[in-house]
Design a protein around this ligand. Structure first.
Ligand code: ZN
Length: 143
C-alpha cells in the first residue's frame, strides 16, 4: 500500500488534465445565474474508507463549497476519482428540476504509487441534489 494519495478529479481538472463543460475560474454564480441555493448530499460507499471494510461516509456541499466534481475522497488509491456534478446541475437547470436522487459509480481506476492501474475503483456515490431557483428567473421562464 503506497502512502502517496492519487490526485482526485477536481485536482486534475484544475491542472487542465481533464476537459469539462465549465471553466474552473468561474464562480458558481456566474455558471448558474438562475440558482439561488443548492444543497448536495453525497454518501460515498466503498471498501477503502475505513481499513478495508465496506462503510460509508457522507459529504455535504453548498453553493460555496461545490465544484465541478465530487471527489472520490476516501479511496487514497483512486486516480482522478470523482463524479462530475456539474453535468447533473446543467441538466437539472435545463429541466428546471428542484430535486434529484441517484447513484453513480466512481468509475475511475485505482493505481499503484508508480502509476500502474490496479483495478477499477469500487466506490459508489449516492447523490441527492436540491436546487432552489431565483424567483425572477422562474417568472421570466414562465412567460
Ligand atoms: Zn474512486
Amino acid at each position: 500500500m503506497g502512502k502517496k494519495r492519487q490526485p482526485k478529479a477536481s485536482e486534475l481538472f484544475a491542472e487542465g488534465k481533464l476537459k469539462f463543460s465549465q471553466p474552473s475560474d468561474k464562480t458558481f454564480e456566474e455558471v448558474y445565474p438562475t440558482i439561488e441555493d443548492v444543497t448536495v448530499v453525497v454518501v460515498e460507499r466503498g471498501d477503502k474508507i475505513f481499513s478495508g471494510s465496506v462503510q460509508s461516509r457522507t459529504h455535504n456541499y453548498g453553493k460555496n463549497s461545490l465544484g465541478e466534481f465530487i471527489n472520490c475522497c476516501s479511496n487514497p488509491d483512486c486516480y482522478g476519482g470523482g463524479y462530475s456534478i456539474g453535468l447533473t446541475l446543467d441538466n437539472m437547470v435545463y429541466e428546471k428540476e428542484t430535486h434529484r436522487e441517484f447513484s453513480a459509480p466512481c468509475g475511475c481506476a485505482e493505481r499503484t504509487p508508480t502509476g500502474r492501474i490496479r483495478r477499477s475503483c469500487t466506490h459508489r456515490f449516492r447523490i441527492t441534489v436540491d436546487i432552489e431557483y431565483k424567483k425572477s428567473a422562474d417568472q421570466e421562464k414562465e412567460k
